[in-house]
Design a protein around this ligand. Sequence first.
Ligand SMILES: C[S@@+](CC[C@H](N)C(=O)[O-])C[C@H]1O[C@@H](n2cnc3c(N)ncnc32)[C@H](O)[C@@H]1O
Length: 224
Amino acid sequence: MNQNNVFYKSEGDQWFKRNEAVLLFRNQNYDWPIKLIRKHKIKPQKVLEIGAANGWRLAEIKKLYGRTRCVGVEPSAKAVWAGRRNFPQIKMLRGLSSDLPVKGTFDLVIVNYVLHWVDRALLFKTFSEIDRVLADDGYLIVSDFYPSVATSNLYHHIRGGKVRTYKQNYAEVFTMSVIYKELEKVIFDHSTKQSKKISPSDETGFAVLLKKSLRNHYKTGKRK
Ligand SMILES: C[S@@+](CC[C@H](N)C(=O)[O-])C[C@H]1O[C@@H](n2cnc3c(N)ncnc32)[C@H](O)[C@@H]1O
């Protein structure tokens, strides 16, 4: 079974059971994606969060921008039910990053601490899905671990070495395309979420705000 299906069938629920109580205390004051949205004065009309857990972040975004349509995609059935119960103002859908159950486009897509669990065979499918659902001129926020070298570790909650955590700078694949431009990157201490002038390590995380534009990031050349 690929790693995405492991999360869909069981581990998403297990993660949610272990973290449900902690999620109750999460709010916008400590959240780098929301801080970036506010700092850059982005007023999104339609937001999609991939791997949204119970949708707590979308509920906070909805508090800030009442008219915004918020959709969360999450493999854990338990997290999706909890989101539908606790935050009826947002739409929660069960699904995976590699096959997003949404049509149309969003002007803001958030993927926060999810890509490290995506099966390596489905990573480019995930990038392609993110690009499919993000509108031209839309914003993408990617946040995850920020090690000094790309590192994979055994996921200790599952025995047998079938699931691994892959830590790397996931924003690079987008910026390499030129279609995505980095507007701001924050590096922070993974546990305290305090931002510092620190170098990448096992203890650091990053959050990047990217702007998508199919045309505007190119210098116009003179030749035909
Ligand atoms: C560390 S949690 C982060 C939750 C949420 N993004 C947040 O910032 O609070 C990772 C979440 O990603 C989900 N997940 C794992 N693999 C996924 C995949 N392939 N596609 C979408 N979500 C996934 C997990 O079920 C879990 O809810």
